[in-house]
Design a protein around this ligand. Structure first.
Ligand code: PMP
Length: 408
C-alpha cells in the first residue's frame, strides 16, 4: 500500500509543515475543508500564469486550452463517480449551491402543494433551509426521518414514512457532525420501489470512499471540491440525464442558451443549460487534478487507512472518563464528535489550539441535531488521508491536557 510511505504523501501538502503556537500543526478539521496537494496548487497557478482565458467562446489558442482543461476536468469527475455521461456533471459553487439549485429546479417542475420532501434528522443546514425557502412558498412539506441514540438513521421509521405524498428523499451520505455513514444503497432501493427519486449530500463521503453513482442508482448527488483536496468555489451536481433534461434552469445568462430574442430564449444542451455565466475555471481545473491525486493513491486504499485511523480515534476517545461521544454508529467515517461534561466545547477547542491542534467546535451547521442530543455543540475531530496515528495520539494527550487545565 502507498501508506507504507506516509511521509511522502505528507510532503505533498505544504500547509501541514508549520508550527502553530509552538507545536507542530495537527490538522483535524478536515470535515470543514481539506488541505491541498502541490499538484492542485500548481494546476491553479499554471492556469493563471500560462493560459488564463474564458472558456467555450474564444477561437484563440488560450481559450481553446482553457476549454480543454475545464471540460477535461468534467470527464475526470464523471469517471471518478462512474457517471454514465460527462454531461451529467454540472459544475457549481459547492454542496450548498447544488442543493439550492435542486430546491429551485426540482421544486419548480415536480413539486406542488401538499407534496413532501423527506430529509433526515442529521442533515446539514444546507439540506434543510433551501427546502424551506423554495418549498414553503408553494406548500411543500418537509418531513424528518428520526435517528436512534447511536446517531443512526431509524430505518423502520424511514420505511413507514415513504408514501405517495413523498416526491423526493434528500439525505446525507455521511453526517458531518456524527460521522455516521448512512445505508444509502438500501435507502435508494426502498425509495425507488415507490418511484421516489433520491438526492444524496455526499459532501462528507466523496473524499473518504469510492462512490459509484450507477451502482447506487442514485438520481442526484452533490459535493464540494474543497472537501476533496480541491480548490474552494467549485462543486458538482450529478444527476441522471433524464432528470436534467426535465428540469428548468435555475439561472439565465451567457453559455446556458441556444438562441435569445427579446421575446423568448431557448436553452443550451446539457450540461451548459445549468452553467450560466463564467464559472470558476481555475477551481474546476484544480478539482480535476485533485481527482487525479485521489485516484493515484486509490479510494479503496484511502478508505481502508482512514478506517484504521477512525477506529484508533474513537477507541482512544471512549477511554476518557469525562467524555461523551455524540454519535456512535457502527458504520463511521471521517469525523468524531464529543462533549466533555461540565466544560464548554469552545474552551476545549481553544486549549487544543494553544497546542497547535486544529479541531472545530460548535453546532457544525446542524442545530436541529444538537437539539435532539440536548447539547449546544460538540468538539469535532475530523480526518483526512494524510493524518497519522501519531497525530491521533498527540491529539488525545493534548485533549487530556486541556481537560486537566480546565479542572484545575
Ligand atoms: N452538507 C454537508 C454534510 C457538509 O458537511 C457541508 C460542509 N460542512 C455542506 C453540506 C456544505 O458544503 P459547502 O459549504 O461546501 O457548500
Amino acid at each position: 500500500s502507498i501508506y507504507k510511505d506516509l511521509s511522502k504523501i505528507r510532503s505533498e501538502f505544504p500547509v501541514l509543515h508549520q508550527k502553530v503556537n509552538g507545536g507542530p500543526l495537527i490538522y483535524l478539521d478536515n470535515a470543514a475543508t481539506t488541505q491541498k496537494p502541490l499538484s492542485v496548487i500548481h494546476a491553479v497557478d499554471e492556469y493563471y500564469q500560462c493560459y488564463n482565458s474564458n472558456i467555450h467562446r474564444g477561437v484563440h489558442h488560450l481559450s481553446q486550452k482553457a476549454t480543454l482543461a475545464y471540460e477535461g476536468s468534467r470527464v475526470k469527475i464523471a469517471r471518478f463517480i462512474n457517471a454514465r455521461y460527462s454531461h451529467e456533471i454540472i459544475f457549481n459553487k459547492g454542496t450548498t449551491d447544488g442543493i439550492n439549485m435542486m430546491a429551485y429546479c426540482f421544486n419548480k417542475k415536480f413539486l406542488k402543494k401538499g407534496d413532501v420532501v423527506l430529509i433526515s434528522a442529521m442533515e446539514h443546514h444546507a439540506n434543510i433551509v433551501p427546502w424551506q425557502i423554495f418549498g414553503q412558498e408553494n406548500g411543500v412539506e418537509l418531513r424528518v426521518v428520526p435517528i436512534d441514540a447511536s446517531g443512526e438513521l431509524n430505518m423502520d421509521a424511514f420505511r413507514s414514512m415513504l408514501n405517495e405524498k413523498v416526491k423526493l428523499v434528500s439525505v446525507t451520505y455521511v453526517s458531518n457532525t456524527l460521522g455516521t455513514v448512512n445505508p444509502v444503497k438500501e435507502i435508494i432501493k426502498m425509495a425507488h420501489r415507490q418511484n421516489i427519486p433520491v438526492l444524496l449530500d455526499a459532501a462528507q463521503a466523496i473524499a473518504h470512499m469510492a462512490i459509484d453513482v450507477q451502482e447506487l442508482d442514485v438520481d442526484f448527488m452533490v459535493f464540494s471540491g474543497h472537501k476533496m483536496y480541491g480548490p474552494t468555489g467549485i462543486g458538482v451536481l450529478y444527476a441522471k440525464e433524464t432528470w436534467l433534461e426535465a428540469m428548468p434552469p435555475h439561472q439565465g445568462g451567457g453559455d446556458m442558451i441556444k438562441e435569445v430574442t427579446f421575446e423568448r430564449s431557448t436553452y443550451n444542451r446539457l450540461p451548459y443549460k445549468f452553467e450560466a455565466g463564467t464559472p470558476a475555471i481555475s477551481s474546476a481545473i484544480g478539482l480535476g487534478v485533485a481527482v487525479d491525486y485521489l485516484e493515484a493513491i486509490g479510494m479503496p486504499e484511502i478508505a481502508a487507512y482512514e478506517h484504521e485511523l477512525t477506529a484508533h480515534l474513537i477507541g482512544s476517545l471512549t477511554e476518557i472518563e469525562e467524555l461523551r461521544l455524540i454519535g456512535n454508529a457502527k458504520n463511521h467515517a471521517g469525523a468524531a464528535s464529543f462533549v466533555i461534561s461540565g466544560h464548554h466545547n469552545s474552551d476545549i477547542g481553544e486549549l487544543l489550539n494553544q497546542q497547535g491542534i486544529a479541531v472545530r467546535t460548535g453546532h457544525h451547521c446542524t442545530q436541529p441535531l444538537m437539539k435532539i442530543f440536548n447539547i449546544k455543540g460538540t468538539v469535532r475531530a475530523s480526518l483526512a488521508l494524510y493524518n497519522t496515528h501519531t497525530e491521533i495520539e498527540d491529539f488525545i494527550s493534548g485533549l487530556k491536557n486541556a481537560i486537566s487545565i480546565l479542572k484545575s
